[in-house]
Design a protein around this ligand. Structure first.
Ligand code: SAH
Length: 346
């Protein structure tokens, strides 16, 4: 039985699973869609579906590398491992490692990446990296410097929807070959944050148990081993009401319930909750601050002016990173209590 269900294109497999077992949670739909999407292509860049900050300009990865090197230097130059979560094409890592090397930091590199296609891309730019499927596999014997750009937004979210005066798990049903969201089983009111319980009918609340789980593991590692984490994403300070599940294909927004596995599904990241998870584990959180303010504090303007001497386009790239993305994207830091305060959050 399960072998039959596992055969064929993803939309057909999901449709069969829903026909046999009933509607599935949004989180299960999103996890299956993104595993297929990232597992089968390199979606980044002008010819792909979307462009990220490190693909816009080398300045982004370089400044993150200098952020790491500065923190490491002020922490007393310990033997650290450098970790990136969801490194995409490996562009950020290559730029950051080059900048770190100029500051004397040449750490072993560990990538957490599930896509075989993107692992190949990463190996072209950072051949000496070690790859892992899961954060649990990261080294346990040294401090970790962890970077995650547009990683948490790709992790599955759970949605709860208000119907009448009750809250329900939001599920994905299937009619013929059409996937559509429906309200499922009622959830008890006490799983809803008190200030949101009386939101109007139709309101949606999102949580990301997968993100919280990964943050919990990393925060525990940083508390036990030392080090710090930097996460950058399209985010908000939650919990809040809002449906942020979105799909992007060929740089345009699309219906997230159509063509599962062929569109990039993302949700905005609840930075307040992630910082709280870090704090509860005994780590110190910084931010969130806007990406624009963060990059300016790290010296993006001086770097852009220097690079613009040979290529004036750099100033356009700087504006995309600092102005266009500057407020929408946010940055949080997490560190061991004995590590110095990281740059960029003052
Ligand atoms: N950080 C890169 C790529 C962002 S796209 C950049 O800024 O350009 C999201 C990345 O996370 C991809 O590399 C994708 O394959 C990876 N990813 C998505 N879900 C993942 C998961 N559950 N575990 C590990 N990696 C994942």
């Amino acid at each position: 039985m399960s072998r039959i269900v596992e055969e064929g294109p993803l939309p057909e497999r999901l449709a069969r699973a829903i026909t046999l077992g009933g509607p599935i949670p949004v989180s299960q739909f999103m996890a299956a869609a993104n595993a297929h999407y990232y597992g089968t292509r390199d979606p980044l860049g002008a010819g792909g579906d979307f462009t990220t900050a490190p693909e816009i300009s080398q300045m982004f990865g370089e400044l993150i590398g200098l952020w790491c090197a500065d923190l490491w230097d002020r922490a007393g130059r310990p033997d650290v491992a450098w970790v990136e979560l969801g490194p995409g094409r490996g562009t950020l890592a290559a730029d950051a490692l080059r900048a770190m090397a100029t500051a004397g930091l040449t750490p072993p590199v560990h990538f957490v990446e599930t896509s075989p296609v993107l692992r190949d891309e990463q190996a072209r730019r950072v051949p000496h990296a070690t790859w892992h499927d899961d954060v649990e596999e990261l080294p346990t014997d040294r401090p970790l410097l962890v970077v995650a750009n547009e990683f948490f937004d790709a992790l599955p979210i759970r949605q709860l929807v208000r119907r009448g005066a009750t809250w329900h798990e939001r599920l994905v049903a299937c009619q013929d070959t059409l996937f559509l969201p429906v309200a499922g089983k009622q959830v008890p009111d006490d799983v809803i944050p008190p200030h949101l319980r009386d939101a109007p009918a139709g309101s949606i609340i999102e949580t990301s148990p997968a993100s919280v789980g990964i943050m919990r593991v990393l925060a525990a590692r940083i508390v036990a081993q030392g080090g710090a984490l930097l996460a950058i994403d399209y985010g908000y300070e939650g919990p809040a009401v809002g449906d942020t599940l979105q799909a992007v294909r060929a740089h345009t927004y699309a219906n997230p319930f159509e063509e599962p596995g062929e569109r990039d599904l993302t949700a905005h990241v609840d930075f307040a909750t992630l910082a709280l998870v870090g704090h509860a584990s005994g780590a110190i959180a910084s931010g969130p601050v806007g990406q624009g303010a963060f990059l300016r504090a790290l010296g993006v303007d001086a770097r852009a002016t220097a690079l613009a001497q040979s290529n004036a386009d750099v100033l356009v790239d700087r504006d995309r990173l600092v102005e266009d993305m500057g407020e929408l994207f946010n940055v949080i830091g997490l560190r061991h209590a004995d590590w110095p305060e990281p740059a960029g959050f003052a």
